[in-house]
Design a protein around this ligand. Structure first.
Ligand SMILES: C[S@@+](CC[C@H](N)C(=O)[O-])C[C@H]1O[C@@H](n2cnc3c(N)ncnc32)[C@H](O)[C@@H]1O
Length: 206
């Protein structure tokens, strides 16, 4: 009888970012899914922060908003515990309460296109970088920003490289950054990045 534990494959990029977020989230936290898609990550977030918390989920496409709402309701998530925003994530500031600035415990970005949806509506380098900068600014101290990047589709390689360069350029004084990638798979395999904002420490002036 083979030992099932020994045949466990390594996590996918999506599973890996969720495994990093999960122990760092708790009921009462406010979090944002910046690419709601079919709502899998949004549902994951509701399971971490409810009761007491709130999940904001954003997507450009109406079909993604419809699909995310259906998924949450079918899992008995109450309408009052989430807010769906049909917008580009680089304009999220217009849709989030200003009081949440610096208090959002997590932002999830799962880039690319909606599986089964409109492939022309993919995330784009420029708006993704703007949205990431906004997310990092609005993240709580010790909050985590996660990204899954897809170098495989058209434009995806450029976007993934830009996201990696942006993340690598963040100061270690401000945050810690990790990447998870399969080194012996095709270079188009999705990879994950997690960024944990450091707690602000007042400088000792003595
Ligand atoms: C890979 S899917 C997300 C998967 C999703 N997290 C899930 O769990 O099902 C990427 C999503 O990003 C959305 N998207 C593309 N550009 C966007 C933008 N500028 N702002 C917000 N969402 C965007 C697409 O419509 C698509 O639904």
């Amino acid at each position: 009888m083979p030992d099932p534990a020994s045949s466990l494959p390594f996590p996918t990029a999506v599973a890996w970012v969720q495994s990093v977020l999960s122990p760092r989230l708790q009921p009462g936290h406010v979090v944002v899914d910046a690419t709601a898609g079919n709502g899998h990550d949004t549902l994951f977030l509701t399971r971490q922060v409810l009761p007491g918390g709130h999940v904001y989920a954003c997507d450009l496409q109406e079909s993604a908003i419809v699909s995310t709402r259906a998924r949450l309701l079918s899992h008995e998530v109450s309408e009052q515990d989430f807010t769906l925003i049909q917008s580009s994530h680089h304009e999220l500031e217009q849709h989030l309460p200003a009081a949440l600035r610096g208090h959002i415990q997590s932002f999830m970005f799962n880039l690319g296109y909606l599986p089964g949806g409109e492939k022309a509506l993919i995330t784009c380098t420029e708006s993704t970088l703007q949205a990431l900068a906004f997310a990092f600014e609005w993240l709580a101290e010790s909050g985590v920003l996660s990204i899954v990047a897809y170098p495989g589709h058209e434009g995806g390689h450029q976007e993934a490289a830009a996201v990696e360069a942006w993340s690598s350029g963040l100061s270690p004084n401000d945050c810690e950054v990790q990447k998870m990638a399969f080194l012996n798979y095709r270079p188009t395999t999705p990879f994950g990045i997690v960024i944990r904002k450091r707690r602000w420490e007042p400088k000792n002036r003595d």
